[in-house]
Design a protein around this ligand. Structure first.
Ligand SMILES: [Zn+2]
Length: 163
């Protein structure tokens, strides 16, 4: 089975909390204000690949492949396939968007460091995502903290990051 981490456009309805990944929909709802609206920064694929390589060097991990693909499901922004060590960004939606890339890259980092031991969108994931958004000048960490607070999304403030 291919495990897919989806960054989906949130739907305005009440959802059941996913027990294995209780923060998932909070993160998606939060991203509607960032990825879906404010942070719509499309870059050329080689630039995003350079960021992937840089981040993975910094975290001491092998880099995933980065592909731009047309997905049938236009609600999907991006995906991380850990078995294939590949991140796909949806050409039909936000495309080569750095916000989407950093979400999927956070999945890669969490998977490589923790495997199944960390929730998909848990406190460790959000700590890494927060770090990446700040590191690559998308959203400064102090401003992201306000967003996390507003959406009730938690992160591990003690999570070890490269610097
Ligand atoms: Zn995700």
């Amino acid at each position: 089975m291919i495990s897919r981490y989806l960054t989906q456009r949130p739907r305005p309805r009440k959802r059941k909390v996913c027990e294995a990944d209780p923060q998932r929909h909070k993160v998606y709802d939060m991203e509607r204000t960032m990825v879906g609206a404010c942070v719509d920064t499309t870059m050329e694929l080689p630039t995003l690949r350079q960021i992937v390589r840089h981040a993975c060097r910094e975290w001491g991990l092998i880099a995933p492949k980065l592909l731009l693909k047309s997905e049938d499901n236009t609600m999907v922004f991006g995906m991380y396939y850990h078995e294939l060590n590949t991140i796909c960004l949806n050409h039909c939606f936000h495309g080569a968007n750095i916000g989407v890339l950093l979400h999927e890259l956070a999945h890669h980092i969490i998977w490589r460091r923790h495997g199944h031991d960390a929730e998909d969108h848990g406190k460790e994931f959000v700590a890494v995502y927060r770090y990446l958004l700040n590191r690559y000048n998308v959203i400064p960490d102090y401003a992201f903290d306000t967003i996390l607070d507003r959406w009730g999304v938690e992160y591990d403030i003690h999570y070890e990051v490269p610097r």
